[in-house]
Design a protein around this ligand. Structure first.
Ligand SMILES: [Cu+2]
Length: 488
């Protein structure tokens, strides 16, 4: 399918205008210069289009924060101003930035104290769909994130519209995901109403209603029961629909900025062609359903060849009122009620094993120089989540010398999936059905319950790098360690 060259000139002028209005679109001809962006982290009153106003953390008063768009290779200079009452940082999820710019508190920098600023400066590359988010405490679940799009130097185009859709799970109450609301127990059951620590209460008082023991007073939070799932800060049906006309070729850049929710997404009346995973091109292939775990991105396209009003909807996040959905409405069909997809076992789901890197990308042959077994466990009778039985920061270090090939073999010994994320590098998802140069290039990979998954990366970006589960509540409960560089 020739999706790359067709109608390049028609590409999304409205999206351009929208981005220009926020001042974050790179000016033509300035690729060699530095693009400056200011992100102010502050508490803001927000509304998701349904339900009450509440206080969340936001960049520039909005959540998600502004879309940052930049050309591949362009220098970014992003000034973070912290107007919160707590320290904060920003992590550039998926981008292999220099270690000192990676935004992990106590690993790559001291967290930015309230009232102070920090400048993140790096070159944006390679092209792809990324996002930025706070890496401090539970701030990711409180609203501190936004999309980061790196455009290729030579635009491929071919789409009549492009939409960036950032997906987030929300507790519609002051504090967002750290609000005092019923929480799930580590087993997935109800835990009773805990008074969540770290906020106004200082220390947690969880335990009432728990059947198994009590949590330590300074123990980690467990995930809340989310009340809504937003697309670009809107709970359906409040958000703007994606407007198309018959014949349009539409590209969607889907980003899962949720703290604890994986989505299986289906567009009623259409199929979705996967173009890229974690911003890196794959050989295009068409499916009914795409799965997106926390921290993952998927670029898909569809051809608008079935006029009507439809829903792009997630399975299993609650139906109708609380589920994740966005309408896709054809010209002239504004008054039709959108029709949702019907999920059934006959639908095809895009898995890692169905996809391959678009162009063969070199990956060193032979055995890895370092091979680490990573046993992922927790959740049974305990609020903690571990790698090889150890909790961050007391976890082991994974060392590598520059240029070495490192294999991580994940063994998930728990009943829940873990999207494992490595900072500062892309890894390849080991797939013996393909030659290594076609293995998927990713930075976050789902390790399904009770399954094994192997990834390999080349140690080509020196520093101390965080490696963790991108379920925020698992990460904060210990499921993390560090990759550190040694001399060869
Ligand atoms: Cu996890």
């Amino acid at each position: 399918m020739d999706y790359t060259r067709r109608r390049f000139l028609h590409t999304s002028l409205s999206a351009l205008a929208g981005a220009a209005a926020t001042g974050l679109w790179p000016m033509p001809g300035l690729a060699a210069t530095e693009q400056r962006v200011e992100l102010v982290a502050q508490e803001s009153r927000i509304n998701l289009g349904r339900g009450p106003d509440f206080t969340a953390y936001a960049f520039n008063g909005q959540t998600p924060g502004p879309v940052i768009r930049v050309r591949e290779g362009q220098r970014l200079n992003i000034s973070l101003k912290n107007r919160l009452l707590r320290p904060t940082t920003i992590h550039w999820h998926g981008l292999p930035v220099p270690n000192s710019m990676d935004g992990v508190p106590d690993v790559t920098q001291a967290a930015v104290p309230p009232g102070e600023s920090f400048s993140y400066r790096f070159r944006a590359r390679p092209a792809g769909t990324y996002f930025y988010h706070s890496h401090f405490g539970y701030q990711l679940d409180q609203g501190l994130y936004g999309a980061l799009i790196v455009e290729p130097t030579r635009p491929v185009g071919g789409w009549d519209r492009e939409e960036v859709l950032l997906l987030a799970d929300w507790v519609v109450a002051d504090g967002g995901g750290t609000a005092t609301v019923p929480r799930r127990s580590p087993m997935g059951g109800m835990m009773g109403r805990g008074m969540m620590g770290r906020g106004m209460m200082g220390r947690g008082m969880m335990g009432r209603g728990m059947r198994r023991g009590t949590l330590p007073p300074d123990g980690p939070l467990t995930e809340p029961y989310y009340q809504g799932y937003a697309v670009n800060g809107h709970l359906y049906p409040s958000g703007p629909p994606i407007r198309v006309k018959k014949g349009d070729k539409v590209r969607l850049r889907l980003i899962n900025a949720s703290s604890s929710t994986t989505y299986d997404l289906c567009l009623a009346g259409h199929r979705l062609t996967v173009l890229a995973l974690d911003g890196q091109d794959v050989t295009p292939k068409t499916f009914d359903v795409v799965r997106l775990a926390m921290g993952e991105r998927v670029d898909v396209e569809f051809v608008a060849d079935n006029p009507g009003a439809w829903l792009l909807q997630a399975h299993d996040t609650g139906l109708g009122e609380s589920g994740l959905a966005v309408a896709v409405v054809y010209q002239g069909r504004q008054n039709s009620p959108p029709k949702g997809p019907r999920f059934h076992p006959g639908l095809s789901l895009a898995t890692y094993w169905d996809l391959a890197a678009a162009r063969p990308k070199a990956h060193p042959a032979g055995n890895p120089q370092r091979w680490y077994r990573q046993v992922l466990s927790g959740g049974m009778h305990s609020p903690y989540w571990s790698i090889n039985g150890r909790l961050y920061p007391d976890s082991e270090r994974l060392s590598a010398a520059p240029g070495e090939k490192v294999r991580l073999s994940y063994f998930n010994r728990s009943m829940i999936a873990h999207p494992m994320h490595l900072h500062g590098h892309f890894f390849r998802v080991v797939n013996y059905a393909l030659p290594p140069e076609r293995w998927l290039v990713k930075d976050t990979a789902i390790v399904e319950p009770m399954r094994r998954l192997d990834v390999e990366f080349v140690a080509d970006n020196p520093g101390n790098w965080f490696h963790h589960c991108h379920n925020l509540y698992h990460m904060e409960a210990g499921m993390a360690n560090l990759v550190t560089y040694t001399r060869a």
